[in-house]
Design a protein around this ligand. Sequence first.
Ligand code: FES
Ligand code: FE2
Length: 388
Amino acid sequence: MSGELAGAAASGWVPPALDAEAFATEQNALGQVWTLLGWTRDVAREGDWFTAHLGGRSVFVQRFREGLRAFENKCAHRFFPLRQGETGNGPVICGFHHWRYNSDGMAIGIPKSEEMFGATPRDMGICLRPVEIEICGSLIFGRFASAGHPESLRAFLGPLFDIVRAMSPDGIAPLRGASVLPFNWRFAYEIALDDYHIVAVHSDTFGKRGYMLRDRVQYERSGPHSAYCAARVPDLLEGMASACNAGTYRPSNDYLIMHLFPNIALVQTHVATVMGVRYVYLMLLQFVPLAPDNTLLRWWLWPSPFPTGDTPLQRVFRRISMPISLPLTRRGMLRILAEDNAVCAHLQAHARPDDGPPRLGAMEERIGWHNEAYRQVLEQARRDAARE
Ligand code: FES
Ligand SMILES: [Fe+2]
């Protein structure tokens, strides 16, 4: 990193948006944090696999007879990607020289092993880099092992673990999509944490009614995560988690957004009520860092799985109207994202290493919380590296 960029890194986060080395340092640190990799429904059958990104690296998750496992997507021989594409099914055999790996990531089949390498695969004892995985509801999270982050996924997510589990039960089949955005992931993430821009940027939708009243809404911080609710609800997340566990949670608020560190936004939104039928949807957005100025946006959208209390007639109406309400919700979501993305593209184009820290107001408080958690993760990675 240049001296100018190194100096700026101490005061803000802009350098990873501009500089490949600062980005790689950031990604190495974030690769040690529990991160969403994908959905259990995508690895339902033995042999199924999908690829994902973790800490700036390609990884794959696969269902073996022994269970789910994940590894860095890189052959231990000469680093060819073992999996190409997004999903598939089959044994782990490298396409370059046919090394074959088992469910522990051990190279158990090496063509002409003794002739080429003077040893059997067992004697060579070569292994893929493992990714630790844990499941919450339908979601598979992963991280590269490190001394600095020993906590389980449940401990990491806190009350959000029970909430996410209840919101993503087995059997849901979300609508999904993905697109590559031409800016750094943190511009995208921060705009989702910002409730101040809605009047200027979403003037036809969210911002139509003017600025929200800060003392009428709930902001809550939970470890590195945070939440916003469009109503005053003390102990928001703990209360929701208890209700989810008791099976009594019902989505009564119009809008709730939970930010799971480092790069997930989980939105619960009540989009309409027609004939007494409340349409509540869940949207999961993930801003996956690909490069300093490139982000993969992945999204999933599904109806709230909680009991609705519909009458038999309302149940029929809900079923009939779902093919209309779901695409409408999708369209609304993509429109708002497009408005945000236009702002982020300008931020990326004009970012400079000497921009200094931003001036965050009361409706941008959660950006400050996220930045603090981000700095702590980078600091932890630095301490771990110094110890090694
Ligand atoms: S690079 Fe995979 S077998 Fe050679
Ligand atoms: Fe926005």
